[in-house]
Design a protein around this ligand. Sequence first.
Ligand SMILES: NC(=O)c1ccc[n+]([C@@H]2O[C@H](COP(=O)([O-])OP(=O)(O)OC[C@H]3O[C@@H](n4cnc5c(N)ncnc54)[C@H](O)[C@@H]3O)[C@@H](O)[C@H]2O)c1
Length: 245
Amino acid sequence: MGKLDGKVAIVTGAASGIGLETAERFLKEGAKVTFTDVNQEKGQALAAKLGDQALFLTQDVSSEDGWINVVQTTLDHFGGLDILVNNAGVPPTTVSIEQVALSQFKHVIDVNLVGTFLGIKHAMLYMKEHHGGSIVNISSMGGIVGIATAADYNASKGGVRLMTKGAALDAAYGKYGVRVNSVHPGYIKTGMLPPEAEDMMAKTTPLGHIGQPTDIASACVYLASDDASFVTGTELIVDGGFTAQ
Ligand SMILES: NC(=O)c1ccc[n+]([C@@H]2O[C@H](COP(=O)([O-])OP(=O)(O)OC[C@H]3O[C@@H](n4cnc5c(N)ncnc54)[C@H](O)[C@@H]3O)[C@@H](O)[C@H]2O)c1
């Protein structure tokens, strides 16, 4: 028996890295999964591989119309919605804050923070009415501590961290049965990290190595499952000890 048997999930940014690993783990745990990404080519290639319990939809998470379409299509295709993982994200601009163009700052905020807001909003509208659901927002250790040349990313991920707590309380006080939590990855080996920085990242991580997408997928399975039925508004840090320093 899988931990997510009979549940329907949406995972965004799932054409690669943490999102893809999470979508695959959810399928193994018995869920039906709508996986979305702005990268249509990669997503469609994966759809052929993942089978008929997975549905790929092209989505830019910063578009509200896009979210309305993704939620409605999931309801039509799979008959419900129990889990949302707001995972889609873009990296920092990687220059000192005074060098960040307003358009670059707004792009990071639009994808990482506004995209997560829209996902919570449109999933919550359905989940509250149907009295149940789990929303998992992928923040970052950069939502907890500052990182040089990543102030735009810090702003977006810190916003996700506190928005998660506010949304969790909105759902909790109304006794809607909807839980909202955030996950805070440390350095995880995906296309988002520059390979030449891996040694430095491993050395600055107390456990001595960087993480793998499966480390974050495991946290998502836990928070999405009924094992976490008393867990809401929490921040689950999965960073090899980085923020404990
Ligand atoms: N890799 C790390 O070290 C690390 C650390 C902390 C947090 N995170 C977070 O984990 C999440 C996943 O990142 P990853 O490391 O797997 O990187 P990744 O680049 O492999 O995956 C990100 C995915 O998001 C998609 N995406 C980008 N903009 C989008 C948009 N507007 N709409 C929809 N999809 C979009 C990309 O196409 C890509 O498939 C991100 O939110 C990231 O900030 C990653």
